[in-house]
Design a protein around this ligand. Structure first.
Ligand SMILES: Cc1cc2nc3c(=O)[nH]c(=O)nc-3n(C[C@H](O)[C@H](O)[C@H](O)COP(=O)(O)OP(=O)(O)OC[C@H]3O[C@@H](n4cnc5c(N)ncnc54)[C@H](O)[C@@H]3O)c2cc1C
Length: 345
């Protein structure tokens, strides 16, 4: 059996952000080639690809979010630009900036420190589960498994701003249109995963005179409650750790933030500076520091999906007049401009 210093399962945002920080002899495993398994609309803050030095992945920059509710269009101008990125470019550039072996295989299970795949078994002292919401190395217990759901398609078209359409308390369904150059990424999601999304997406496309397609659909669950960052000695990051936000469904920025920090911590283990045990404490501490923000967003999601639609529309109009304040607070949950200082502190 082949032995590595570290093995990461999942070659998307979280796994690649972690892997590129690591030295030693490492293995990254994914069931799909890097950049081929897009599940997301890939909207994020512009500062994310910039901080990674991958600005060529940016397809379109947006300066406002627009909420459509009860027939009104409420504008949230942002003090910080958002953008939509090209998944393949971002992932391939992240992968190129790291130094590790890549294995195209499906992970079946873990036996202690051994990862069992369709291409054989591999062992490492350091294991990272970055395999998305199903967390293949560290499956979650049902009570930790709160998730929203989403499905999306890509259509020709162009527009400005990131648009969200909330259908209301009755269905708790949301649609989005994220313009990306000559295309629109159009999706449907359901808070708490309690309703259908695919058929409603087609109805939404019809209602908005958008071409209806039944191919190229991608989607997934978005877990939004923090799970234990370390389970049975295995580090979890990204959706596997429940790092995606409630309410906004933003998961790329958290996956890259925690992945980067986890990678830097684990690098110190590989280089013999700290023990694996100490690394677990450091990482758990970092995640714990963000617990309040996660809880707050979960509370917002529960509240906003429970109040009457007209109250929500009124509250949204009020909030839009302080849009810059709220969006700045939201941005500050993760400080991408001072990532280097976080582990020094
Ligand atoms: C429809 C939709 C739209 C979204 N839009 C946005 C958005 O615009 N902005 C945003 O910030 N977030 C968005 N999200 C959330 C975001 O996509 C996730 O939070 C993010 O992808 C999490 O990254 P990750 O690396 O943890 O997991 P993933 O991106 O899910 O990657 C997991 C990787 O693990 C691999 N894997 C899984 N199981 C196995 C296995 N058994 N063996 C081998 N490999 C395996 C997969 O192939 C995949 O490459 C969206 C989600 C959905 C569903």
């Amino acid at each position: 059996m082949k032995r590595y210093d570290w093995i990461i399962v999942g070659g998307s945002f979280a796994g690649l952000a972690t892997a590129r920080q690591l030295t030693g002899w490492g293995l990254l495993i994914d069931q799909k080639p890097i950049g081929e398994h897009q599940t997301s609309a890939c909207g994020t803050l512009l500062e994310v690809p910039m901080a990674l030095g991958i600005d060529e992945a940016v397809v379109q920059v947006h300066h406002r979010l627009v909420l459509h509710i009860r027939g009104s269009e409420i504008d949230f101008p942002s003090p910080y630009p958002f953008c939509v990125v090209d998944y393949k470019t971002l992932c391939t550039r992240l992968a190129e900036s790291g130094n590790f072996d890549f294995l195209l295989a499906r992970v079946i299970r873990r036996d202690g420190n051994v990862v069992v795949t369709t291409q054989g078994e591999f062992e490492a002292e350091i294991l990272v589960d970055a395999s998305g919401w199903k967390a293949v190395l560290t499956p979650s217990t049902p009570q930790n498994n709160f998730y929203n759901t989403g499905v999306e398609t890509v259509l020709p078209g162009s527009a400005d701003g990131l648009h969200f359409f909330y259908e209301g308390k009755k269905t708790q369904r949301i649609y989005w249109i994220f313009p990306a150059g000559e295309t629109l990424r159009v999706g449907a999601g359901c808070f708490f995963g309690r309703g259908a999304i695919k058929t409603p997406l087609f109805s939404f496309l019809r209602a908005n005179a958008l071409p209806e397609v039944n191919h190229g659909l991608h989607g997934n669950a978005f877990p939004f409650v923090l799970r234990d960052p370390v389970v049975d000695g295995v580090f979890r990051v990204g959706d596997a750790a429940g790092h995606c936000f409630a309410l906004t469904g933003e998961g790329i920025r958290p996956a890259i933030y925690f992945g980067t920090l986890l990678g830097r911590i684990l690098r110190r283990v590989v280089e013999g500076e700290i023990t694996l045990n100490y690394a677990q404490h450091l990482y758990q501490d970092l995640v714990r520091k963000k617990r309040k923000a996660y809880r707050l967003l979960t509370t917002f999601q529960r509240t906003l999906t429970a109040i009457p639609d007209r109250v929500l529309a009124f509250a949204s109009k009020m909030a839009s007049s302080r849009s810059e304040y709220f969006l700045e607070r939201y941005r500050r949950i993760f400080d991408f401009q001072h990532l280097d200082d976080i582990l020094r502190g």
